[in-house]
Design a protein around this ligand. Structure first.
Ligand SMILES: [Zn+2]
Length: 366
């Protein structure tokens, strides 16, 4: 029942400060010239898609539709030392030098505004706080509602609107400071988590499982044969899917590929890179709110079975504000103990009901 399980939700308004305004002047650079050329060639006015309204929409919907068992809180910003477990110091020094400035970081249009660095270290810090909450048993599960997102950020490169790899920073912290030896990271965002994959590529203590829209969809990685290397070979599992894939296919991937892998791996902490762009509103894949509920129940069951329920989710993408806010809400209901519907192929329930209606109507007329 909703309210049976305590859930800590991490949120901090500092993260609304990351707000690149394309019309304002940016630090001149080769990337700046390149991006301006791309934007000038568009036949519409481009604005930064990963904007503060994403988090505000989630917070407003949660305030208007409160869920029993949810406790809203915030964590401290990440320290340089915590970030340096997954990013190089030369990259971090570059990122920190951009505080107070506007700049393009990557030719894929990733940018910073004057308050972005504060937002990014708050995002990574709140992901850490979510992990500490579940490991220290302050909550049964936790959800870090953070931005900028993180799963595209590589050790030395900002990409895909991501500056710091929040989920990876949280996992590395759990390994270094919280005695977690085997960490499962599930990434159900529509885009492949290339940064998380790269960070743990050779690490046999982190099992990375990623369902995503197959290349050439951004970022173009996540092929079946990307399985890790060295000691980490076999600890990266990619499930590339066609664009129209939805609830049924992704549930099948979780049950038939993730569950057997988890049985061998036996995690002592479960993390999720929770993106809401697989929802059909974002027009890449075809998931529904019930699909997100089912995936949440699967990872919750894994955590219950192997690690005393220790489950922390970290927000990644999701750009349609309706499906982003309602998707987060649906996931939180399940985390708090809510029911999960059985998934049927889209339309099957309606056809069953229609068949019953017409059968009954026919009998009445007879
Ligand atoms: Zn995404």
């Amino acid at each position: 029942m909703i309210g049976d399980r305590k859930v800590d939700v991490f949120f901090d308004e500092v993260m609304l400060g990351h707000d690149p305004q394309v019309d304002l002047p940016f630090i001149p650079s080769r990337v700046e010239k390149h991006v301006r050329t791309i934007l000038q060639e568009l036949d519409f006015k481009w604005s930064y898609p990963e904007h503060p309204g994403r988090l505000s929409a989630i917070k407003t919907y949660l305030d208007e539709n409160p869920i029993q068992g949810i406790h809203l809180t915030s964590g401290a910003s990440a320290t340089y030392k915590q970030l340096s477990r997954v990013h190089t110091t030369s990259y971090l020094d570059h990122i920190f030098s951009l505080a107070g400035k506007s700049a393009w970081l990557d030719s894929d249009t990733t940018a910073v505004s004057p308050d972005s660095i504060k937002a990014a270290i708050a995002a990574a810090g709140n992901a850490i706080a979510a992990v500490e909450s579940v490991v220290n048993k302050k909550s049964k599960s936790a959800f870090a509602l953070v931005r900028p997102p993180g799963h595209h950020a590589e050790p030395v490169r900002a990409r895909g609107f991501c500056l710091l790899n929040n989920v990876a920073v949280a996992a590395a912290h759990a390994q270094a400071k919280l005695n977690c030896e085997r960490i499962l990271i599930v990434d159900w965002d529509a885009h492949h988590g290339n940064g998380t994959q790269e960070i743990f590529w050779a690490d046999p203590d982190v099992l990375f499982f990623d369902t995503h829209c197959a290349a050439p969809f951004y970022p173009g990685s996540g092929h079946l044969d990307e399985v890790g290397a060295g000691l980490g070979e076999g600890y990266t599992i990619n499930v590339p899917l066609p664009e129209a894939a939805g609830d049924i296919a992704i549930e099948k991937a979780f049950r038939e590929i993730l569950l057997p892998a988890v049985e061998r791996f036996k995690p002592d902490l479960v993390l999720v890179s929770a993106g809401f762009d697989p929802h059909h509103n974002d027009m890449a894949m075809n998931m529904t709110y019930n699909g997100f509920k089912v995936l949440t129940r699967i990872v919750q069951d894994i955590a219950d079975q192997y690690c005393d329920g220790r489950l922390a989710l970290v927000l990644e993408g999701g750009y349609n504000l309706t499906s982003l806010s309602r998707g987060v809400h649906a996931v939180l209901e399940v985390l708090a103990g809510g029911d999960v519907p059985e998934l049927l192929e889209c339309g099957v329930k309606e056809v069953t009901e229609a068949a019953e209606f017409h059968r009954t109507a026919f009998i009445d007329d007879d």
